[in-house]
Design a protein around this ligand. Structure first.
Ligand code: PGA
Length: 250
């Protein structure tokens, strides 16, 4: 059985009080569900210390980004080393908002994947097509290109640590979810692409879906053979809703 992951990407939301409460509440859900799903939160960097102080070890921590540099004169950046010190197990890399708004193009994404792996942090590598690309029937080409560049220099030991998140850009924050069948077919494609490098690693790799996942549609998405959980934006800010999504696994 593959590892299941539900990760909450808070984006630029919340404050210290919000973080304390949500992290405390989610820690107990993470404890209850730990045999079926790994629950991960990705708070803004500045709330990470609050998250660490108030969570139990059952609730895992992710960053929303990581620097592609080690250290030095890089104003505003946060290194993989710093994240590792906070016990960050995952780093969301190549989110479409980073790609579109902050210049995280494929080469930068590949560097960030490498930097996080160097420090023992598992990348949650985001890939996904825009609506224009889907309409032009370029979805699979786009996904292949994004995967190729991000994964090409990894050895098997490194590839094993990677989680892929399929996030169609047109589904993020829009309320438009990919149908379970649409998502499944891309997830199966991603697994096949990884299988070209190693069938064993592909079989074990968690591939999670993101884009308007809510309590009402999570179960049918998670029921698909190659969907191993979710990367949740808006709905991860609401305790009840996010817990329901986590419970929709298995
Ligand atoms: P959403 O965001 O759930 O609000 O659509 C998903 C994401 O951006 O990871």
């Amino acid at each position: 059985m593959r590892r299941k992951i539900v990760a909450g990407n808070w984006k630029m939301n919340g404050n210290r009080q919000f973080a304390k409460k949500l992290v405390e509440d989610l820690s107990s859900v993470a404890g209850e569900l730990k045999d079926s799903v790994e629950i991960v939160i990705a708070p803004p960097f500045i709330l990470m210390a609050d998250a660490v102080q108030n969570k139990t070890s059952d609730l895992k921590l992710a960053s929303q980004n990581v620097s592609n540099f080690d250290n030095g004169a890089f104003t505003g950046e946060t290194s993989a080393d710093m994240l590792a010190e906070f016990g960050c197990q995952y780093s969301i890399i190549g989110h479409s908002e980073r790609r579109a708004l902050f210049g995280d193009l494929d080469g930068v994404v590949a560097n960030k994947v490498a930097k996080s792996l160097e420090k023992g942090i598992s990348p949650i590598l985001c890939v996904g097509e825009t609506l224009e690309e889907r309409d032009a029937e370029k979805t699979l080409d786009v996904i292949r290109g994004q995967l190729d560049i991000a994964l090409k220099d990894l050895n098997e030991q490194q590839l094993k640590q990677v989680v892929v998140a399929y996030e169609p850009v047109w589904a993020i924050g829009t309320g438009k979810t990919a149908t379970p069948e649409q998502a499944q077919s891309v997830h199966a494609f991603i697994r096949n692409e990884v299988a070209v490098k190693s069938q064993l690693i592909a079989n074990a790799m968690p591939i999670i879906y993101g884009g308007s996942v809510k309590a009402r549609n999570a179960k049918e998405l998670f029921a698909m053979a190659d969907i191993d959980g979710g990367l949740i934006g808006g709905a991860s800010l609401k305790f009840e809703e996010f817990s329901e999504i986590c419970k929709a696994i298995g």
